[in-house]
Design a protein around this ligand. Structure first.
Ligand SMILES: [Zn+2]
Length: 244
């Protein structure tokens, strides 16, 4: 990982040579891969109720899996690694809420939100476990929770729209959800990771792991790269619109 100082130096060198400054230079992006490989073995820890403000929830959950047994945490970790690489190539400083591959547990939803709040923007990566006939992705944005999300709702909606547009444009990719939200965007007020965020944030359910077609795409390295590229491009567009 580049330190912020190294990233700034690299950006100034680029500027000195006349090459274009990478689009996300100076932006800290928090990537939040859902769940963790150690969660299932730490049931008492992850089932502990955490509270803050309107939030009273289990610390974390084990997540879902494909019918063939590929766990959601593996998908989210793989996608997070690919996304982080692409965001750094655009000049961003990238932080993660958990390491990929380490058999740790958690962190709790409250800690995930705290880690996101140290960045400029945060994106949570998940996949769903819906009935097998249901398909598609949906981008969840924070709904209005008085005293909590009023300051981030408009900017998060803009981010959700860019992410939805990017994922929807992937030919042969996973389409917008047939079972949740509307046109690939849902709004929730009951998710701690969104409600406790002080920075623009979305949570992406990338597809239904219990659907055979979605599962094949979710576990495809090539498709994960396309999704990571679409998310990166969405963040670039969102950031550029904020600067205008
Ligand atoms: Zn999940």
């Amino acid at each position: 990982m580049l330190s912020a100082a190294t990233a700034a130096l690299a950006a100034s060198l680029v500027a000195a040579t006349g090459a274009p400054t990478p689009a996300l230079t100076g932006v800290v992006v928090n990537v939040d891969p859902g769940h963790n490989p150690g969660n299932a073995a730490h049931a008492s820890q992850i089932n502990r109720i955490v509270e803050r403000g309107p939030i009273r929830k289990a610390c974390d959950t084990a997540g879902t899996s494909t019918n063939a047994g590929v766990p959601e945490w593996r998908f989210t970790g793989q996608l997070a690694t690919r996304l982080g690489r692409r965001l750094r190539a655009q000049g961003a400083t990238v932080t993660f809420t958990r390491a990929n591959g380490a058999p740790t547990w958690g962190p709790c939803v409250t800690t995930r939100a705290d880690l996101g709040n140290r960045a400029n923007v945060s994106i949570s990566l998940h996949a769903d476990g819906a009935p097998p006939g249901a398909r598609g992705f949906h981008v969840i944005r924070p709904g209005f929770v008085r005293g909590y999300t009023g300051d981030i709702s408009t900017r998060s909606l803009a981010l959700a729209t860019q992410v939805r547009d990017g994922l929807r444009a992937l030919r042969g990719g996973i389409p917008p959800s047939t079972y949740a939200g509307r046109d690939g965007i849902d709004v929730r007020t009951d998710l701690g990771g969104l409600t406790l965020s002080d920075v623009p944030k979305v949570m992406v359910e990338h597809g239904n792991m219990r659907n055979a077609v979605d599962a094949r795409l979710l576990t495809s390295p090539a498709e994960q790269e396309r999704v990571a590229a679409a998310l990166t491009a969405a963040l670039v567009r969102w950031h550029a619109a904020e600067l205008r």
